[in-house]
Design a protein. Structure first.
Length: 198
């Protein structure tokens, strides 16, 4: 990710924060199509996808003054779309065909060449954040996320209390959340960190 791209992103985010509608238009023009295609590849419902993507831009605009994004805009927008699609799945489980759940994660990641790049960038960013954690915190977090061990199992393996395990995981999630931007919800961080850490 080049410094030029990061600088362009920062300028656009500052313009959004200052309430410039032209910045929202620019954001919309830059990302609407690839986000829509990603969502459509999963949901196969044009109107539903249009609503979901529209909501992302409306939420960004409505929360523009609090907007804090510490990753690339591309990565952030992709994360928003991913979260919204899965949030929609959770709310509408009874209305969605079961076959849509088959290989869901894979289909979302590789919906288009653009989203593949976004996914890889997001993975790199979260992994970099995890690698910056203190060693013990990082170790606890990876055992929890990569090996799917329970707090009790981690405590036994590392000879620490379950409370210490909980504290390390809470610290790791807070660090990821702060690094990715304060507008990122904790639910989104939990989902992303669970599904992206390799």
């Amino acid at each position: 990710m080049s410094n030029l791209v990061l600088n362009e992103d920062k300028v656009l985010i500052d313009r959004l924060r200052n309430g410039e509608e032209s910045a929202l238009t620019e954001l919309y023009n830059r990302f609407w199509q690839c986000l829509f295609m990603s969502a459509y590849n999963i949901l196969k419902d044009k109107e539903m996808c249009e609503d979901i993507i529209q909501d992302i831009f409306m939420n960004i605009w409505n929360n523009r003054e609090k907007l804090e994004i510490h990753i690339s805009l591309k990565g952030y927008m992709y994360a928003c779309a991913r979260y919204q699609v899965f949030s929609h799945f959770k709310k509408n489980k009874d209305k969605i065909h079961v076959e849509l759940f088959d290989d869901l994660d894979k289909r979302f990641q590789y919906a288009t060449p653009e989203t593949l790049l976004m996914h890889e960038e997001l993975v790199e960013q979260i992994n970099a954040i995890v690698e910056s954690l203190p060693q013990k915190c990082q170790q606890v977090y990876k055992l929890s996320r990569e090996e799917q061990l329970s707090h009790k199992e981690i405590a036994a393996q590392l000879d620490i209390s379950t409370k210490t395990v909980e504290n390390h995981i809470t610290k790791a999630l807070q660090t990821i959340r702060l690094s990715m931007g304060s507008s990122t919800s904790m639910a989104m961080v939990l989902w992303l960190s669970k599904n992206l850490i390799k």
